[in-house]
Design a protein around this ligand. Structure first.
Ligand code: SME
Length: 167
């Protein structure tokens, strides 16, 4: 008998969190409140998610606009042009960015003195990037592939919550 094909297993805490996030979204009074609850829950549940924010893409302006966030400090980067910073790179390419050491990445836009590593996960709707989840950590190399797969599932839950014209 050969070895079974390796299937990457989802950690129990990620499955539990996804179930809770689905419930929080369903119970929220509207999309903005739902997205805020998601970032709050991610921040509260996972100690290495020190700052958690959502940027929504304003496609007409070619900029990411800060939406709900939670963390110890506000960021001055409330609008980020596509292609600028780690956030702008992930939105332009549609690929998750994991930066183990922000001080070694020339693209990095500094927000907080305490940040050492960062993960940015695009949010897709109808095949296009509509936003992203941005998480900063105070430890180097705080994020890995398991975080990426989890946050990509969270991104799929967030996509229907994006701001719409007139809504
Ligand atoms: N560091 C990001 C900017 C956003 S703050 O982390 C909240 C970047 O390099 O794009």
């Amino acid at each position: 008998m050969g070895h079974p094909i390796a299937i990457e297993e989802r950690p129990v805490e990620h499955g539990d969190a996804l179930n809770l996030l689905r419930a929080l979204i369903a119970e929220a009074p509207g999309p903005k409140a739902a997205a805020q609850r998601v970032v709050d829950e991610l921040h509260n549940r996972f100690g290495h998610y020190d700052w958690v924010g959502i940027y929504w893409l304003d496609a007409d302006a070619g900029e990411l606009v800060l939406g709900p966030w939670t963390g110890p400090e506000a960021t001055e980067h409330t609008r980020i042009p596509l292609g600028v910073g780690i956030c702008g790179a992930a939105a332009a390419s549609g690929r998750t960015e994991i930066v183990d050491d922000v001080t070694a990445d020339p693209r990095y836009l500094a927000c907080f003195a305490s940040t050492r590593s960062e993960i940015v996960v695009p949010i897709f709707a109808e095949g296009h990037v509509v936003g992203e989840i941005d998480i900063d950590g105070s430890d180097a190399a705080a994020y890995g592939e398991t975080d990426a797969r989890f946050l990509e599932e969270v991104a799929a839950l967030l996509a229907p919550l994006r701001p719409r014209p007139g809504g």
